[in-house]
Ligand binder design. Sequence first.
Ligand SMILES: Cc1cc2nc3c(=O)[nH]c(=O)nc-3n(C[C@H](O)[C@H](O)[C@H](O)COP(=O)(O)OP(=O)(O)OC[C@H]3O[C@@H](n4cnc5c(N)ncnc54)[C@H](O)[C@@H]3O)c2cc1C
Length: 550
Amino acid sequence: MSDVQRESMEYDVVIVGGGPAGLSAAIRLKQLDDSLEIVLLEKGSEIGAHILSGAVLDPSGLDALIPDWKAKGAPLDTPVTEDNFYLLGEAGQMRIPNFPMPPLMSNHGNYIVSMGNVCRWMAEQAEALGVEIFPGMSCSEVIYGENGEVRGVVAGEFGKNSDGTPGPGYEPGMELLGKYVFLGEGVRGSLSKEVIARYNLAKDSDPQKYGLGMKEIWEIDPAKHKEGSVTHTMGWPLGSNAGGGSFIYHLANNQVYVGFVVHLNYENPHLHPYMEFQRFKHHKMVAELLEGGKRVAYGARAISEGGWQSMPRMVAPGVALLGCSVGMVNVPRIKGNHNAMLSGKAAAEAAHEAIRAGRSGDALNAYEAEVRQGAIGKDLFRVRNVKPIWSKYGLAASLTLGGLDMWTNNLFGMSLFGTFAHDKTDAEATGSVQRFERIDYPKPDGKLSFDRLTNVAFSFTNHEESQPAHLKLKDPHIPTSINLPKYDEPAQRYCPAGVYEVVREEGKGARFVINFQNCVHCKTCDIKDPSQNINWTVPQGGDGPNYPNM
Ligand SMILES: Cc1cc2nc3c(=O)[nH]c(=O)nc-3n(C[C@H](O)[C@H](O)[C@H](O)COP(=O)(O)OP(=O)(O)OC[C@H]3O[C@@H](n4cnc5c(N)ncnc54)[C@H](O)[C@@H]3O)c2cc1C
């Protein structure tokens, strides 16, 4: 489709992605100079539609960006009132007291928020400042200039037939060009992946690491609800099969975010992250909370976990990668929104300075320097060993050595261990099926636990069926010729939306089926496929989950 003729529009800065990173950049650019022409493109049907994180928000990013956010009505209405940390076993739980925790783990001063609603509010602020925001516009291609710089993106291509040819209502989309392009696509962004590879930006960093985060929103019995309460757990049901843990956040209106993260560096290809999540809800402590309540929404999204060591270079000619496009989550705190906001602000300041000086299309090195040397770098550097210690030595070591390391970093600004490396990608970590026992998961009971397809309906996901599958196989034979014998094709299990199936019919060989309509845009397949054969690309704009306004 490269010979398609498109109209083009010129801006000062083109921003891909209406998450906290992209929106912060848009707001900051306009705060600095309201004559700048800024456009922001979002693939979700509206801002917030693809934002999963029902979150505990550290307000430091918002404080820096919009200091009077309270007066302006930001939806930060539920301050954290209590912090609980439990180690779960199958039959019970042990509370870990708060006093041995390093101060950075405290949630005092943070808020339980719907990040979807925070983003909707940020979009209102940006629009009031004059930013042009277009939801329902997927950015599907990067446009490169004559000197090899990033010049813009193609957005808003609609109406292809399933074979990729233009359908009856085909719209070619637009070329949106800018002096600078900001990629704020979040974890494992499809254009970011291309840009990182093209400019070899990850050559000096460790591989990025990821978790798969799944979340349900529950309405529970008011008698059990404790607005502001935050609980994290580790241990059961994952045990030694995988790292990860849960979060339970009580927001307003008797609602609770119940979430579960499985680190994607697990080896056993039989592991079924979604079923681990469902099993977790049957732990006595969790079941007692949820019984009598109802699940009102479900979603899933990968979370970046590599931290300091895994951040690639984040600038190349004409382009800057913001927020979780390079992975800015502080893993022990499970927080990345504040850093995403700070990164958007820093990129905006660097671009504003450059445009003022008459520059365009160069690398915004000042942005990268601010990320590494400023508040984001400090936040990530002091916790850099927690995840690699967990990966190498397990949960107990991560609690003790990782905790000790956070304390020494906190007290003395130094680590006893230097910097541990992440040495493998999560795809490479997957072991062959012969080495591991099958895991038997109990059937969901339909009250506390649900089958995948029933739950996907609660993500309100929709994809136009006549378009080409946006999940592309580099080689269509690999799922059945390599992944099936070697790994029992783990896509059947790691996908939290049931997109991938291996179908066996009488007299025919196994067939790999991609139900792309179910995809919740979590990107796990792109990350975890052991053959790295699945490429997640954007479907047409407006498709995907429609996470509710809560
Ligand atoms: C289960 C889970 C729980 C979490 N809990 C917390 C928490 O409690 N506190 C916290 O601070 N952090 C939390 N995080 C981390 C937090 O969500 C991320 O750090 C944060 O979302 C990063 O912001 P971002 O703007 O970089 O990306 P995102 O928030 O992912 O936003 C990216 C946006 O870009 C859009 N987009 C992507 N590609 C394109 C494209 N090509 N064209 C157009 N639009 C595109 C997406 O639809 C999306 O709206 C959690 C993450 C997960 C998965």
